[in-house]
Unconditional design. Structure first.
Length: 507
């Protein structure tokens, strides 16, 4: 029953028809982006064998998608605020499906890099639009918290569905099939979204400033690229020059936003302690967890010898924990406090990462499964509440731009984390001492060592596998320890920055 004494916003939310069906369309888009981000890692060995890219080309195939997304999120979020979030979501979804076909049937490394870059452009339209539409669909704060929880839980589920679906497809079909699974999801999203999603936009948006778009794109791509290159090759002059270019472009972007009457991104949002604290927490959390996410599949497959599908199933506890925590995170934050839930979740992830420093070649699954479950629960609580804080701390008209800042923090954190923690693993790995006859490429990656072992005599191959796996594990232990330190430190920072922060109540 709806009381006539309820606030108008709540009544509007309760009586708005179809809002939960509309939410199901939005989480389809989130699921798609999350799955696509995880399946490429499994498909990379097959793509390498078929397209025969150089080492540099292979890195670009893996990186260009996240580079483009990181560079365009703020611009696309602001564009959605201006032309309509429904329009940009459905247009981006259609493009995402079409470009997935180009990815699946790429015949050269150059075409694959171009296809991944174009997919990044389409992907950058999806995530900010989904969160912004949730902000406009659900006016009741408690309903919105649940909707954000479902949104976050779907993103977490997608990271588990990706390896499982990808592993199954790669064992039965060719590598392009992992991209074609996007098509039926996109078809449902567009057809149902046309009928159920309401259009929303900023009523007084101002012009879409192309100079700001270029500055944002150049700045983000240059900075992320410089960090990755510095982690791999050190601080060379080209790396320093790229970093300077990126920093200059980002400074120009910020300065331009502060002087424009209708900026692409209102920098005054960062004066709000809750908003800034939530964004910083997201960035550092993803940075600290990236080592685990990036190297866990290699551990399961190349150290413990699991098949791709089995490795995907082994990662399920993290998704299950995140789904469960995401659905109750808003209620927990209101009952206790925002900072208690966020800081507690981050501390739990940090302790779980610390436990992973005990992993060995023959470690039983219970330890790994329990640690992944705790990681999922902690991340589910933290990410859901910070997303709610970010959405509720800005006016509805700026929801797209604010959501884009949140997503940019994720992408930037992932890029920095993989670069920094990846360099720790790579540095520890390369120095191992193999048996006589070990080829130089075996020191580049564990995958290369496993491949080299197939062409060596059994006794020598076993010695190479033992030395390379031990070196990889040493690097994984160092990265897990560093990630644990980052997460525990972030928990402490969040405790202070989110002091007094509350989620909206229904009134």
């Amino acid at each position: 029953m709806t009381s006539t004494l309820q606030p108008a916003a709540t009544t509007e939310a309760v009586t708005r028809p179809g809002r939960w069906l509309a939410l199901s369309v939005l989480v389809l888009a989130v699921l798609l982006v999350a799955v696509d981000a995880t399946v490429l890692g499994l498909a990379t060995p097959y793509i390498s064998e078929d397209l025969n890219p150089s080492g540099t080309q292979l890195l670009w195939i893996g990186d260009v998608y996240s580079f483009v997304i990181a560079g365009l999120l703020v611009s696309m979020g602001s564009l959605g605020d201006r032309i309509g979030r429904k329009r940009i979501l459905l247009g981006g979804a259609t493009a995402f499906g079409a470009i997935s076909v180009l990815n699946a049937y790429a015949t050269t490394p150059e075409l694959m890099i171009l296809a991944r870059a174009l997919l990044g452009v389409a992907g950058a339209t999806l995530m900010p639009a989904t969160l912004a539409l949730i902000r406009n669909l659900f006016h009741d704060p408690r309903e919105r918290s649940l909707a954000v929880g479902i949104w976050g839980a779907t993103a977490s589920a997608g990271t588990a569905v990706g390896p499982i679906a990808g592993g199954f497809l790669l064992e039965h079909f060719w590598w392009g099939s992992v991209f074609l699974i996007n098509l039926p999801v996109m078809a449902v999203l567009v057809l149902v979204g046309i009928r159920t999603l309401p259009e929303s936009r900023n009523p007084n948006p101002g012009p879409w400033d192309l100079i700001s778009v270029v500055l944002s794109l150049v700045g983000m791509i240059a900075v992320v690229y410089a960090v990755k290159e510095a982690a791999t090759h050190g601080f060379t002059w080209p790396v320093l020059g790229t970093a300077l270019l990126g920093a200059t472009a980002l400074y120009g972007f910020v300065h331009r936003q502060l002087t424009m009457p209708a900026p692409l991104l209102d920098m005054r949002l960062f004066r709000r302690r809750g908003f800034s604290g939530a964004v910083l927490a997201d960035l550092l959390t993803v940075l600290g967890m990236s080592g685990l996410v990036f190297f866990l599949s290699q551990y399961l497959q190349l150290v413990q010898g699991r098949r791709p599908f089995e490795a995907g199933l082994a990662e399920l506890p993290a998704a299950a924990g995140a789904v469960a925590a995401g659905l109750i995170a808003g209620r927990a934050a209101r009952r206790f406090s925002v900072r208690a839930v966020v800081s507690g979740g981050l501390a739990a992830v940090g302790l779980a990462l610390a436990a992973l420093t005990a992993l060995g070649r023959s470690t039983g699954y219970p330890l790994l499964g329990a640690a992944l479950l705790v990681v999922g629960i902690g991340a589910g609580f933290s990410f859901t509440v910070t997303a709610d804080v970010i959405l509720s701390s800005v006016p509805k008209d700026q929801a797209g731009a604010a959501s884009a800042v949140s997503e940019t923090a994720y992408e930037l954190g992932a890029a920095l984390g993989i670069a920094l923690l990846g360099s720790i693993v790579t540095g520890a790995y390369r120095g191992f001492t193999g048996p006589a006859g070990t080829p130089a490429q075996a020191h580049e990656s564990l995958g290369a060592a496993v491949q080299a072992a197939t062409e060596m005599p059994p006794h020598t191959a076993e010695a190479l596998l033992t030395a390379s796996r031990d070196a990889f594990l040493h690097g994984l232990h160092l990265a897990s320890g560093a990630g644990a330190a980052v997460l525990l430190g972030t928990a402490l920072v969040a405790w202070f920055l989110l002091k007094g922060q509350k989620l909206e109540s229904a009134g």
